[in-house]
Design a protein around this ligand. Sequence first.
Ligand code: S3P
Length: 176
Amino acid sequence: MIINKKIVLLGYMGSGKSSIAKLISKKIDLMSVDLDNYIEKKENKSISDIFEINGELYFRKIENKYLRDLLDLENYKIISIGGGTPCYHDNIKLMIESKCIVFYLRANVDTLADRLFNEKYDRPLISKIKFKKDLRTFISKHLFERNQFYLKSNFIIDVDEKTEDEISNECIKLLS
Ligand code: S3P
């Protein structure tokens, strides 16, 4: 597929951004990159270590810097970003103004709480929440705050109860 815009996948933690990016990349043969992985490679540290050692403020600063890198780099056509990326600095504006095609992978709170409860350990914002009901409450509030940024996307894809294959096909269909 020939597209001259970049594809960006955004959404809350656990919404499936990086797996869907990889699947789309495989299906349409365009190179994908995950912003968190890129940050970890460049900084030679895990995201958890960056939060722990340098703090969230530093993370948000470099997240903005590396997002700019990825938007400029020609070879990466599909970018999955972190759950918080669109909500800090001028990131959402940058993506919209760079003429990216932005997809919001929208999952409901129950789906997210179920998925994230077993995957919270390498996510510094939720790693210390002990009980699922508290995680659910945290996600509800957080998602409410973040939605205003997520909703600036070009397309909203509801992901609950869909397979990765279905979600990726839905995104690809919207590209043509
Ligand atoms: C964050 C989401 C994480 C990662 C960091 C902060 C957030 O990415 O960037 O832990 O603020 O929601 P994923 O959405 O890929 O888990």
